[in-house]
Design a protein around this ligand. Structure first.
Ligand code: VGL
Ligand code: ZN
Length: 198
């Protein structure tokens, strides 16, 4: 049984948003077109408190793109984004949210970032995603959303690690590309770990 995972299809990741992913808006129609093919559609939602430690605003003297250490792990600093309850954290306008069976929120702990829909970046804690998928009898996941080089990649690598057969929907992903080549490196890494890029 195969589930569709929609990663962070939120206003702040679309053009004009706080952490805009170039051409991120183009994947919304892909999600809408694909959803009817699955009995189980799960969406993740980046859901940060206003003082989240992944925000450059919480590190005086640092700028967006800097890398700092937070609680012993490396953290890239981002603009404030997907703050709980704000418009930027809402799902993209036009996304067919009625077809989403379950929403999994992540990045809630102010001191820990969580790119993956399964675990935080330090792997100290997990979301309900794995148990939810297993309880629904899912052993396979198709993954799409934003952004290829962060949350999609981390979710795909964790899904493979947890034993899900995993396919990346190539037309449904877009990358931040903080550094040139990040998108290609992310695709290579996912493929090397066992993902099918379709
Ligand atoms: C994401 C950076 C920070 C993502 C979330 O959804 O890929 N990237 N928070
Ligand atoms: Zn985030």
């Amino acid at each position: 049984m195969k589930a569709l995972l929609l990663i962070d299809l939120q206003i702040d990741f679309l053009p004009g948003g706080a952490l805009a992913v170039p051409r991120g808006d183009q994947v919304i129609s892909v999600a809408n077109r694909r959803m009817p093919d699955y009995s189980c559609v799960v969406a993740t939602q980046d859901w940060h408190p206003a003082d989240h430690k992944s925000f450059a605003s919480q590190h005086p003297g640092h700028r967006v793109g800097d890398i700092v250490e937070v609680d012993g792990i490396e953290q890239i600093l981002w603009p404030d984004h997907c703050v709980q309850g704000t418009r930027g954290a809402e799902f993209a306008p036009g996304l067919n949210v009625a077809s989403i069976r379950r929403v999994v929120r992540k990045g809630i702990d102010p001191n820990l970032d969580s790119y993956s829909g399964f675990f935080d970046n330090a792997r100290r804690g997990s979301t309900e995603l794995k148990n939810y998928l297993r309880s629904r009898g899912m052993d396979e996941v198709d993954v799409m959303g934003l952004a290829t080089d962060y949350c999609v990649k981390s979710t795909v690598l964790d899904a493979l690690d947890l034993g899900f057969r995993t396919t990346v929907i190539a037309e449904g992903i877009r990358a931040v590309n903080l550094y040139e080549g990040d998108q290609q490196r992310a695709l290579d890494q996912m493929r090397a770990a066992g993902a099918t890029i379709a």
